[in-house]
Design a protein around this ligand. Structure first.
Ligand code: PGA
Length: 230
């Protein structure tokens, strides 16, 4: 199985998200059965987007982009894993933009992953150098069941820059993640993925799929990435 995960970040309001889905369905009426497509939306879009998915029977999975590291309780404004469990099957954790802009630590990322798993939501753990080893070590310290997680190598220099890293170098890091995790889990690459470079990444023996930011926003570009892998 291959995986293509869209990450809309802080883009697309509810109206735009429903139009995106209409356009996507008309461009790719049948998603390939050997590719799981997951879309990580803003919290505000998820419930209505899911309703429309159910009405149309479109086999796309939804995910969130973040979750609180805290348990339910007096934490004004936080969205907990307990809330997400009714809405999504996946959730990104530890994206480098959150580390940079909100000071997220390896410990918080591990807490997030743990509480997602306790609520049957699959964490998609984003990794980069120099904290890759420390993040994986911290997951083990917090008893996170890494066998139930997805991992993405997302080099910061490649995110939103139009400058992907060399696929062979990305594969090398994916092997390192595989070695440290020591379980058969999906390991993806993210950073300036386009329909032109997508096949070069998934052709690598340790890369199981892609995390797509910018090119997930336009249905035509996202559809082109899916089609490029067939
Ligand atoms: P990008 O973003 O595809 O725009 O580089 C990837 C990501 O940050 O998830």
């Amino acid at each position: 199985m291959r995986y293509i995960i869209g990450n809309w970040k802080s883009n697309q309001n509810l109206t735009e998200s429903l139009i995106w889905l209409d356009d996507m369905i008309s461009l790719v009426p049948r998603l390939p059965s050997d590719i799981q497509v997951i879309l990580c939306l803003p919290f505000t879009d998820i419930a209505s987007f899911n309703e429309k998915l159910a009405e149309t029977n479109y086999p796309l999975s939804t995910g969130a982009q973040n979750v609180s590291h805290l348990p339910p309780g007096k934490h004004t404004g936080e969205i907990t894993a307990m809330m997400l469990r009714e809405l999504v099957s996946f959730c990104l954790v530890g994206h480098s933009e959150r580390r940079r802009d909100f000071g997220e630590t390896c410990e918080e990322v591990a807490q997030k992953a743990k509480s997602l798993l306790e609520n049957s939501v699959t964490p998609i753990v984003c990794l980069d150098q120099p904290y890759l080893d420390e993040q994986i070590k911290t997951l083990f310290q917090f008893d996170v069941d890494v066998k139930r997680c997805f991992f993405v190598y997302e080099p910061f220099s490649a995110i939103g820059t139009g400058k992907p890293v060399d696929p062979v170098a990305a594969n090398h890091i994916a092997h390192q993640v595989d070695f440290l995790i020591d379980a058969n889990v999906p390991i993806l690459y993210g950073g300036s993925v386009t329909a032109d470079n997508a096949p070069d990444f998934v052709r690598q023996n340790q890369i199981d799929g892609l995390l797509v930011g910018t090119d997930s926003l336009r249905p035509s570009l996202f559809a082109a990435i899916i089609n490029s892998l067939q």
